[in-house]
Every structure is written in structure tokens, then in C-alpha cells.
Write a protein that binds this ligand. Structure first.
Ligand SMILES: O=C[C@H](O)COP(=O)(O)O
Length: 234
């Protein structure tokens, strides 16, 4: 079992370069000021992808499409196409706990792009929806939280549900990731859950997640993740 990898959310070329040289395993493009899955303008995504590819950064790159309502499937699909065309490795799409989400998952799977559904967990997870997504064979799946002021993922979801999510997604063959205002202090709890990767923004900024990426915090987190033994439960 590999160690747990670290996805780091960045908003521009400068932050992406910092993340690439400071220990990030996945570089995730978003505008943190615009919420959990705030999207960057497509030309900004393209600029970051070009800069990272030109400097030979090996990390896979993901980008979010932005917070779009589940009932606006045409807008979701148009945005997926635009973001995928920037050359990212993965397109992240927020999945709300709503009836319309089933049809969104079906349509995303049919795009042929490498989509990572991100289940928004503030109101808990619908495990039928998760099972539905698992059957659609996405390359990865995550949970994240929308309200970053309500505490971390561990405050919003029971550990038993997180464990169930990790097991269910892993059994489907997809990569599984956890995020939601995760902090350094939660690394032991994360290690115990043993997702393939964990996503960070709040913990690697000097102020709140809308501020600037802090290379020192990032390097410290990366060092702690590298030092941690691979969890037995994995
Ligand atoms: O995809 C990961 C998120 O951007 C993590 O952000 P956060 O640590 O502020 O919840």
C-alpha cells in the first residue's frame, strides 16, 4: 500500500509552481474564494496546465467545473467539456445530495472524460448514490464539504460513514479521496481511514483558504505524510 497522497488546491500559476515543488502529489485547480468547488476561468486553467507541463511537473492535474446546480445538466456538461479541453488529467464535479444527481452521474460517465465526482457531504452521504457512481467506473471519487466554517469533514460526517465510503469506492477499483477543511491534527484519523489521497487548501494557507498558499505549511504537511507509516487497515 502506498502512503496517503496529498491533493493541493491552487488558484494560479504561481501557486501551482509552489505546490509542484513543495510536496503536492496532485495539483487541483480552483478558486477557493468561490466556495468548495469554485471554478477558475477556463483560460486560467489552460495557463496553469501549460506552465506545469512546460516545466515538466509530474503531478496529475485536476480542475473543478465550479459550483453548478444539479438540475442544470447542459451547463454541467458544457463546463466539463471546456475544462477537459484544457488538458487536465481529471475534471472534478461536485455532486449534491439531490435526486437529480443520479442523472448527472450517468451523463458524466458517458462523456468519456476522466471525471472525479466529489460528493458534498455537509448533509451526509447517500450511499445509494455512491453505489450508483461506483457502478459507473469513474477513475476516482471524493467527499468534500461545502461549508468550510462548519468545521472539518470529521465534524460533519461520522467516521463510520467515512470508513464505509473509502471501502466502497476502493472495492470498485476507483481512487478514493477525502477533503473538507482537514488540518494537520487530523492526520492520524486520516491515516487510520487510509484513503488514497486527501485534499487540502485551508491547512496550507497562511490565513483562511481564500488567502495565499503557504509553502512552509505545505512542506510541513508533505513531510508528515511522507514520514507516516502506511496504515495497516489499508
Ligand atoms: O479539494 C480539496 C479542497 O479544495 C480542500 O479545501 P479545504 O481544505 O479548504 O477544505
Amino acid at each position: 500500500m502506498m502512503r496517503m497522497r496529498m491533493l493541493v488546491s491552487v488558484r494560479d500559476v504561481a501557486e501551482a509552481r509552489i505546490a509542484a515543488r513543495s510536496g503536492a502529489d496532485f495539483i487541483d485547480l480552483k478558486e477557493p474564494r468561490d466556495g468548495a468547488l469554485g471554478g477558475l476561468p477556463v483560460d486560467a486553467v489552460a495557463r496553469v496546465v501549460q506552465a506545469l507541463r512546460e516545466q515538466g511537473s509530474p503531478q496529475p492535474i485536476s480542475a473543478t467545473i465550479g459550483d453548478l446546480p444539479m438540475n442544470d445538466l447542459p451547463a454541467i456538461l458544457a463546463r466539463v467539456e471546456a475544462v477537459a479541453a484544457c488538458g487536465v488529467d481529471y475534471v472534478k464535479v461536485g455532486i449534491e445530495r439531490e435526486t437529480a444527481s443520479g442523472a448527472v452521474l450517468d451523463a458524466l460517465a458517458a462523456t468519456g472524460h476522466r471525471i472525479i465526482p466529489v460528493f458534498i457531504a455537509d448533509r451526509g452521504l447517500d450511499f445509494e448514490q455512491v453505489a450508483h457512481a461506483c457502478a459507473l467506473k469513474f477513475p476516482g471519487m471524493m467527499v468534500d464539504t461545502a461549508d468550510k466554517l462548519a468545521g472539518s469533514l470529521f465534524d460533519l460526517m461520522p467516521v463510520a460513514d467515512l470508513r464505509r465510503f473509502v471501502a466502497r469506492v476502493r472495492a470498485s477499483g476507483a481512487l478514493v479521496g477525502l477533503a473538507g477543511a482537514l488540518r494537520h491534527a487530523q492526520l492520524p484519523a486520516l491515516q487510520e481511514l487510509a484513503p488514497d489521497f486527501a485534499g487540502f487548501r485551508s491547512a496550507v494557507c497562511a490565513g483562511d483558504r481564500s488567502g495565499a498558499l503557504d509553502p512552509e505549511r505545505l512542506r510541513e504537511l508533505a513531510a508528515r505524510l511522507r514520514a507516516a507509516p502506511a496504515p495497516l487497515s489499508a
